[in-house]
Ligand binder design. Structure first.
Ligand code: ADP
Ligand code: ZN
Length: 222
């Protein structure tokens, strides 16, 4: 196997990107870098930056490009990513962010951007049902509840609906995705960096699909 990985996972919110990124990061033994997780932890810590970020997030808006690029630049500068690579989740979300990413990752750049494709109607339903642990971020849903009430199986924290998972904010994020993020697919395709993977189906089956496509593309490119 080619060591490490330098991947971007794209796809609508609620496509199961988070879960698949965690699995890919174990498989390739590289850090999983989720901008949403980084921002939510800043919100929990109550930093000045966290308070600003929360306003955008609760409204379903994107943070300004220069702000989020700064966050990612800092994270990618740490030793673990320099040695093994990274799996980026939730970034880039705009063409401006994608351009900045290619600059930041010079000279090695990216292996691949993977579009995990799940249709809009399917993710709307998933997001409305999503529940998360307010302490550790573990994912649940109204159909897959924790064992005891709404207490997290992993850490005992409260399992809640995210403030930005209301129907209004979800619709707004999906509209924003079509407008800002869908053009990224064309952008990565032009640079011969995009592959599509069908994200519908059992999470194990989707994971297998992802690893198969990624390994094949990487072996063709090395
Ligand atoms: P979801 O889980 O709904 O896909 P994330 O957890 O990735 O969304 O992000 C939650 C929120 O954090 C976004 O709605 C946005 O406000 C902010 N955010 C995360 N990543 C970015 C980014 N790359 N650019 C701008 N804002 C971002
Ligand atoms: Zn928890």
């Amino acid at each position: 196997m080619i060591p490490g990985a330098r991947l971007v996972l794209l796809g609508r919110q609620g496509a199961g990107k988070g879960t698949q990124c965690v699995r890919l990061s174990r498989h390739y033994v590289v850090p999983h870098i989720s901008t949403g997780d980084i921002l939510r932890s800043a919100v929990r810590e109550g930093t000045e930056f966290g308070r600003k970020a929360k306003e955008y997030m609760d409204a379903g808006d994107l943070l300004p490009d220069d702000v989020i690029v700064g966050v990612v630049d800092e994270r990618l500068g740490l030793d673990d990513t320099r040695a093994r690579g990274f799996i980026l989740d939730g970034f880039p979300r705009t063409v401006a962010q994608a351009k900045a990413l290619l600059d930041i990752t010079q000279p090695r750049g990216l292996d691949l951007a993977v579009n995990l494709e799940v249709p809009r109607e399917a993710v709307l339903a998933r997001l409305a049902a999503r529940r998360v642990c307010s302490d550790c971020g573990a994912n649940y849903s109204v159909d897959e509840r924790p064992k005891y009430d709404w207490t997290c199986d992993v850490c005992g924290g409260d399992v809640i609906q995210r403030a930005d998972d209301t129907e209004e904010a979800i619709t707004r994020r999906l509209d924003l995705y079509e407008r800002e993020t869908a053009p990224l697919m064309a952008w990565f395709t032009e640079r011969d960096l995009l592959v599509e993977v069908d994200g519908v189906g059992d999470p194990d089956v989707v994971s297998d699909r992802l690893v198969r496509v990624i390994d094949r593309q990487r072996s063709l490119r090395h």
